[in-house]
Design a protein. Structure first.
Length: 187
């Protein structure tokens, strides 16, 4: 659908960003298999500056349940190991002198259910964000009508478009949630 109202286009962009934020947040939830995005939030104290781990090391997945972290600068190995231990990952790193291996343990059924609840809660936050954007969009459209920029028929038409955009964003959030839950539960 072609949208030619800047208020709706702006809201649509914000909704896309909310979807991307949800995707990023869910990427940090461990799902029993190796995923480099698990390490995205880890910051390493590198020469006194907190530096993202993915800027200090190459992160590869040599096996389904193993992450291999090879620092570009070997002197940073100890600091990287310390940062991983200090993180909330709950995975003990194995240092072989040149690289760090992280073996992702098999998830228990109970832990899978906990993670699925966490995914559902994050998805609900995403839906709330979309609904808040919708409310702002509707307020903007009503304000435009009050200012005389839109007539009543245009307002009604744009409100329908706004609802369609919102429904699409909610469906996208639900699809992201379903994919992550499937990843967690079907390991």
């Amino acid at each position: 659908m072609k949208i030619n109202n800047p208020i709706i286009q702006n809201a649509q962009e914000k909704m896309k960003k909310a979807e991307q934020a949800l995707q990023r947040d869910l990427g940090g939830i461990r799902a029993g298999r190796a995923n480099a995005s698990l390490l995205n939030r880890i910051k390493v104290d590198y020469y006194g500056a907190p530096t993202p781990l993915n800027q200090l090391a190459q992160i590869t997945i040599p096996e389904a349940r193993v992450l291999l972290v090879k620092p570009f600068d070997k002197s940073a190995l100890k600091e990287i190991e310390r940062a991983i231990l200090a993180s909330d990952l709950g995975i003990s790193p194995t240092n072989d002198g040149t690289a760090i291996r992280l073996v992702i343990p098999q998830l228990t059924e109970e832990r899978r259910k906990e993670l699925a609840k966490q995914v559902k809660a994050e998805a609900e936050k995403g839906k709330v964000a979309v609904r808040n954007i919708r409310r702002e969009m509707m307020d903007g459209l009503k304000k435009a009508e009050k200012n005389g920029d839109l007539n009543e028929d245009e307002l009604h038409n744009f409100e329908d478009q706004a609802q369609t955009v919102t429904n699409q964003a909610i469906k996208a959030v639900e699809a992201i949630q379903a994919d992550k839950e499937k990843e967690i539960l079907d390991d």
